[in-house]
Design a protein. Structure first.
Length: 203
């Protein structure tokens, strides 16, 4: 009889231990869950207070931890948010100022008149003034030429304008000259060339 009683007591003790162990792992009662949640709740600090949530009572489903602690994930919000540049408008892209380039312009030389050398010929002196503007011969004026004799006047009245036109057309003193006015032509072109040389003119 003693053995039977000892067996019954041992069996009851095992049942009580099993029940107590199951109770600690299973759904706790309202009072026990509240006390357990209060003892296990703690504040997790990561720069700001963490939010703790304890699930108790019969609302916890099968397999859910009634003392689950939920903390907000701040890493995703901090990584996704960015501080806009105060010097950059929303939606705009930085622009790089490109210096504007304009073609270089060479200043046009002013108008200048250069007097050529006085060239002596068989019938008298020949001398001209050459006017240049922007690297172009614009005018040639004879300031001296033989005109004492009537024949000299007749020859040079026709030769001087022709020589002028040839120089303006060729933009140099390298021209054919006027037939029948050989001495005037030589003196005239020599005076033109001396004026161009003095001005540094290059055709």
């Amino acid at each position: 009889m003693r053995r039977i009683t000892l067996a019954i007591v041992s069996t009851m003790a095992v049942l009580v231990l099993l029940f107590s162990y199951r109770t600690s792992l299973g759904d706790p009662g309202p009072g026990g869950a509240t006390a357990r949640a209060a003892s296990e709740a703690r504040v997790l600090t990561s720069g700001a207070p963490a939010t703790t949530t304890a699930t108790a009572g019969s609302s916890a489903g099968a397999g859910d931890d009634p003392n689950q602690i939920t903390t907000p994930d701040n890493s995703s919000s901090s990584s996704s948010s960015s501080t806009p540049d105060p010097q950059e408008a929303p939606g705009s892209t930085p622009s790089t100022a490109t210096p504007s380039t304009s073609p270089a312009t060479t200043p046009t030389a002013g108008t200048q008149t250069v007097q050529g050398a006085e060239e002596m010929t068989r019938y008298g002196a020949v001398q001209v003034d050459v006017t240049m503007s922007g690297g172009v011969i614009t005018d040639v004026q004879a300031v001296q030429y033989p005109d004492r004799e009537r024949r000299d006047q007749e020859i040079n009245d026709a030769a001087i304008p022709e020589l002028r036109n040839q120089v303006l057309s060729a933009q140099s003193a390298n021209v054919a000259g006027v037939s029948g006015a050989t001495y005037t032509t030589q003196g005239y072109l020599a005076s033109v060339q001396s004026a161009l040389d003095a001005a540094g003119f290059t055709p």
